[in-house]
Design a protein around this ligand. Structure first.
Ligand SMILES: [Zn+2]
Ligand SMILES: [Zn+2]
Length: 252
Protein backbone atom coordinates (compact mmCIF):
# COMPACT_ATOMS: atom_id res chain seq x y z
CA UNK A 1 0.00 0.00 0.00
CA UNK A 2 1.35 3.38 -0.92
CA UNK A 3 0.01 6.84 -0.22
CA UNK A 4 -3.53 7.24 -1.50
CA UNK A 5 -4.75 10.13 -3.63
CA UNK A 6 -6.73 11.36 -0.62
CA UNK A 7 -3.69 11.35 1.62
CA UNK A 8 -1.58 13.09 -1.00
CA UNK A 9 -4.27 15.74 -1.40
CA UNK A 10 -4.44 16.25 2.36
CA UNK A 11 -0.67 16.54 2.68
CA UNK A 12 -0.58 19.09 -0.16
CA UNK A 13 -3.54 21.06 1.23
CA UNK A 14 -1.93 21.24 4.65
CA UNK A 15 1.37 22.16 3.09
CA UNK A 16 -0.27 25.07 1.30
CA UNK A 17 -1.65 26.65 4.47
CA UNK A 18 1.05 25.54 6.91
CA UNK A 19 2.54 28.23 9.06
CA UNK A 20 4.67 27.86 12.17
CA UNK A 21 7.35 29.77 13.98
CA UNK A 22 9.98 27.46 12.53
CA UNK A 23 12.44 25.06 14.11
CA UNK A 24 16.04 25.23 15.26
CA UNK A 25 18.18 28.34 15.79
CA UNK A 26 17.34 29.65 12.34
CA UNK A 27 13.58 29.14 12.74
CA UNK A 28 13.36 27.18 9.55
CA UNK A 29 9.89 26.21 8.44
CA UNK A 30 9.45 23.66 5.69
CA UNK A 31 6.20 22.70 4.08
CA UNK A 32 5.23 20.08 1.58
CA UNK A 33 5.06 21.66 -1.86
CA UNK A 34 4.88 18.75 -4.30
CA UNK A 35 4.39 15.00 -4.33
CA UNK A 36 4.86 12.55 -7.18
CA UNK A 37 5.42 8.88 -7.79
CA UNK A 38 9.03 7.89 -8.22
CA UNK A 39 9.74 4.47 -9.65
CA UNK A 40 13.42 3.68 -9.10
CA UNK A 41 15.80 0.76 -9.47
CA UNK A 42 15.38 0.32 -5.72
CA UNK A 43 11.60 0.07 -5.76
CA UNK A 44 8.51 2.18 -6.20
CA UNK A 45 8.49 5.32 -4.08
CA UNK A 46 6.82 8.68 -3.78
CA UNK A 47 9.03 11.74 -3.73
CA UNK A 48 7.93 14.66 -1.59
CA UNK A 49 9.38 18.08 -2.25
CA UNK A 50 9.58 20.54 0.62
CA UNK A 51 9.61 24.30 0.35
CA UNK A 52 11.85 26.00 2.88
CA UNK A 53 11.30 29.60 4.03
CA UNK A 54 14.96 30.43 4.78
CA UNK A 55 17.51 29.31 2.25
CA UNK A 56 15.30 27.79 -0.43
CA UNK A 57 17.06 24.45 -0.27
CA UNK A 58 14.66 21.88 -1.63
CA UNK A 59 14.84 19.12 0.92
CA UNK A 60 13.09 15.97 -0.19
CA UNK A 61 11.63 12.81 1.26
CA UNK A 62 11.69 9.51 -0.61
CA UNK A 63 8.71 7.66 0.76
CA UNK A 64 7.85 3.97 0.53
CA UNK A 65 4.39 2.72 1.40
CA UNK A 66 1.67 4.24 3.52
CA UNK A 67 3.49 6.31 6.11
CA UNK A 68 0.58 8.66 6.84
CA UNK A 69 -0.09 8.41 10.57
CA UNK A 70 2.47 5.61 10.63
CA UNK A 71 4.11 4.23 13.75
CA UNK A 72 7.66 2.89 13.96
CA UNK A 73 8.34 3.97 10.39
CA UNK A 74 11.95 3.18 9.40
CA UNK A 75 13.71 6.46 8.58
CA UNK A 76 17.14 7.21 7.17
CA UNK A 77 18.66 10.70 7.13
CA UNK A 78 20.98 11.35 4.22
CA UNK A 79 22.88 14.55 3.59
CA UNK A 80 23.33 15.49 -0.03
CA UNK A 81 26.70 14.69 -1.52
CA UNK A 82 26.72 15.40 -5.24
CA UNK A 83 30.22 14.02 -5.77
CA UNK A 84 29.41 10.77 -3.99
CA UNK A 85 25.68 10.33 -4.64
CA UNK A 86 25.71 11.21 -8.33
CA UNK A 87 29.31 10.88 -9.54
CA UNK A 88 30.30 7.86 -7.45
CA UNK A 89 33.25 9.58 -5.80
CA UNK A 90 35.32 7.32 -3.59
CA UNK A 91 36.47 10.19 -1.39
CA UNK A 92 33.54 9.31 0.81
CA UNK A 93 31.08 6.46 1.09
CA UNK A 94 27.93 8.55 0.66
CA UNK A 95 26.74 6.63 -2.37
CA UNK A 96 27.19 3.29 -0.63
CA UNK A 97 25.22 4.63 2.31
CA UNK A 98 22.51 6.04 0.06
CA UNK A 99 22.15 2.90 -2.06
CA UNK A 100 22.11 0.66 1.00
CA UNK A 101 19.36 2.79 2.52
CA UNK A 102 17.21 2.87 -0.63
CA UNK A 103 17.73 -0.86 -1.20
CA UNK A 104 16.66 -1.61 2.37
CA UNK A 105 13.66 0.74 2.34
CA UNK A 106 12.68 -0.53 -1.12
CA UNK A 107 12.19 -3.99 0.40
CA UNK A 108 10.18 -2.74 3.36
CA UNK A 109 6.41 -2.19 3.57
CA UNK A 110 7.09 1.39 4.50
CA UNK A 111 10.00 3.66 5.12
CA UNK A 112 11.37 7.14 4.47
CA UNK A 113 14.68 8.52 3.33
CA UNK A 114 15.04 12.21 4.17
CA UNK A 115 17.40 13.74 1.64
CA UNK A 116 18.84 16.86 3.21
CA UNK A 117 20.24 19.34 0.71
CA UNK A 118 23.25 20.21 2.77
CA UNK A 119 26.05 19.55 0.37
CA UNK A 120 29.46 19.22 1.96
CA UNK A 121 28.02 19.45 5.44
CA UNK A 122 26.27 22.66 4.63
CA UNK A 123 29.21 24.57 3.18
CA UNK A 124 28.22 23.98 -0.43
CA UNK A 125 29.77 22.17 -3.35
CA UNK A 126 32.48 24.68 -4.22
CA UNK A 127 33.81 24.85 -0.68
CA UNK A 128 33.80 21.10 -0.50
CA UNK A 129 35.83 20.87 -3.71
CA UNK A 130 38.15 23.49 -2.25
CA UNK A 131 38.67 21.27 0.79
CA UNK A 132 39.34 18.27 -1.43
CA UNK A 133 41.82 20.40 -3.37
CA UNK A 134 43.68 21.30 -0.17
CA UNK A 135 44.03 17.62 0.58
CA UNK A 136 45.34 16.91 -2.91
CA UNK A 137 48.16 19.34 -2.22
CA UNK A 138 49.06 17.54 0.94
CA UNK A 139 47.51 19.91 3.45
CA UNK A 140 46.74 18.04 6.56
CA UNK A 141 43.11 17.31 6.96
CA UNK A 142 42.75 19.76 9.80
CA UNK A 143 42.31 22.70 7.47
CA UNK A 144 40.15 20.71 5.12
CA UNK A 145 38.14 19.34 7.98
CA UNK A 146 37.72 22.79 9.40
CA UNK A 147 36.37 23.88 6.08
CA UNK A 148 33.97 20.96 6.05
CA UNK A 149 33.45 20.57 9.74
CA UNK A 150 30.95 23.17 10.68
CA UNK A 151 27.79 21.55 9.56
CA UNK A 152 25.11 22.67 11.89
CA UNK A 153 23.81 19.30 13.03
CA UNK A 154 21.20 21.05 15.11
CA UNK A 155 19.75 22.45 11.96
CA UNK A 156 19.72 19.15 10.17
CA UNK A 157 17.84 17.39 12.94
CA UNK A 158 15.35 20.16 13.52
CA UNK A 159 14.44 20.33 9.83
CA UNK A 160 14.28 16.55 9.59
CA UNK A 161 11.93 16.53 12.58
CA UNK A 162 9.72 19.15 10.93
CA UNK A 163 9.64 17.08 7.72
CA UNK A 164 8.50 14.02 9.64
CA UNK A 165 5.75 16.02 11.34
CA UNK A 166 4.67 17.39 7.96
CA UNK A 167 4.45 13.82 6.66
CA UNK A 168 2.17 12.91 9.62
CA UNK A 169 4.56 10.26 10.88
CA UNK A 170 3.79 9.41 14.52
CA UNK A 171 6.91 7.49 15.47
CA UNK A 172 10.00 6.16 13.77
CA UNK A 173 12.84 3.69 13.99
CA UNK A 174 16.04 5.35 12.89
CA UNK A 175 18.32 3.60 10.42
CA UNK A 176 21.75 4.46 11.77
CA UNK A 177 24.84 2.99 13.40
CA UNK A 178 25.11 5.99 15.65
CA UNK A 179 22.84 5.88 18.73
CA UNK A 180 23.58 9.55 19.41
CA UNK A 181 21.49 10.48 16.40
CA UNK A 182 18.46 9.06 18.17
CA UNK A 183 19.00 11.47 21.05
CA UNK A 184 19.49 14.34 18.62
CA UNK A 185 16.28 13.64 16.78
CA UNK A 186 14.32 12.99 20.00
CA UNK A 187 15.39 16.39 21.27
CA UNK A 188 13.42 17.87 18.42
CA UNK A 189 10.26 16.09 19.41
CA UNK A 190 10.41 13.01 17.20
CA UNK A 191 9.28 9.78 18.89
CA UNK A 192 12.08 7.34 18.12
CA UNK A 193 11.11 3.81 19.11
CA UNK A 194 14.33 2.13 18.16
CA UNK A 195 17.27 1.85 15.87
CA UNK A 196 17.80 -0.26 12.78
CA UNK A 197 21.51 -0.92 12.08
CA UNK A 198 22.43 0.53 8.72
CA UNK A 199 24.17 -2.41 7.09
CA UNK A 200 26.05 -1.90 3.85
CA UNK A 201 26.44 -4.91 1.56
CA UNK A 202 30.04 -4.77 0.33
CA UNK A 203 31.13 -5.28 -3.25
CA UNK A 204 34.57 -5.95 -4.69
CA UNK A 205 35.21 -2.24 -5.10
CA UNK A 206 34.15 -0.82 -1.77
CA UNK A 207 34.98 -3.62 0.65
CA UNK A 208 38.48 -2.48 1.53
CA UNK A 209 37.46 1.14 1.70
CA UNK A 210 34.54 0.43 3.98
CA UNK A 211 36.58 -1.83 6.24
CA UNK A 212 39.23 0.82 6.51
CA UNK A 213 36.68 3.44 7.32
CA UNK A 214 35.09 1.24 9.95
CA UNK A 215 38.46 0.42 11.50
CA UNK A 216 39.90 3.94 11.66
CA UNK A 217 38.15 6.23 14.03
CA UNK A 218 37.29 9.21 11.94
CA UNK A 219 40.47 9.07 9.88
CA UNK A 220 39.64 7.77 6.51
CA UNK A 221 42.31 6.39 4.27
CA UNK A 222 41.86 4.72 0.91
CA UNK A 223 44.05 2.35 -1.08
CA UNK A 224 46.34 5.15 -2.21
CA UNK A 225 46.87 6.41 1.28
CA UNK A 226 44.87 9.59 0.72
CA UNK A 227 42.80 10.96 3.50
CA UNK A 228 39.11 11.45 3.02
CA UNK A 229 36.38 13.32 4.74
CA UNK A 230 33.47 11.82 6.58
CA UNK A 231 30.22 13.25 5.30
CA UNK A 232 27.32 11.20 6.51
CA UNK A 233 28.60 11.00 10.08
CA UNK A 234 27.74 7.33 10.25
CA UNK A 235 30.42 4.71 10.21
CA UNK A 236 29.63 1.76 8.03
CA UNK A 237 28.34 -1.48 9.39
CA UNK A 238 29.32 -3.89 6.66
CA UNK A 239 27.41 -7.07 6.03
CA UNK A 240 29.31 -10.02 7.51
CA UNK A 241 31.30 -7.89 9.94
CA UNK A 242 32.15 -9.54 13.28
CA UNK A 243 29.72 -8.61 16.08
CA UNK A 244 32.47 -7.22 18.32
CA UNK A 245 33.56 -4.82 15.59
CA UNK A 246 29.96 -3.73 15.12
CA UNK A 247 29.75 -3.07 18.87
CA UNK A 248 32.81 -0.84 18.68
CA UNK A 249 31.34 1.13 15.83
CA UNK A 250 28.25 1.84 17.86
CA UNK A 251 30.29 3.00 20.82
CA UNK A 252 31.71 5.96 18.95
ZN1 LIG B 1 6.59 24.95 9.88
ZN1 LIG C 1 30.14 12.20 0.21
Amino acid sequence: MSLTHMQIKELLDEGRCHECEGVGPDHVCVHIAAIAELPTRFGHFHIVGFYNNKDYKDHAAIVKGDIYGGEDVPVRLHSECLTGDAFGSLRCDCRDQLEAALTAIGKMDKGILLYMRQEGRGIGLTNKIRAYGLQDYGYDTVDANLALGFRDDEREYSIAAHMLFSLKVKSIRLMTNNPKKITDLSQHGVVVNGRIPHVIPPNQYNLFYLQTKAAKSGHLIDLEGKLHLPEQGDRPHIEGMAPEIVENIQDL
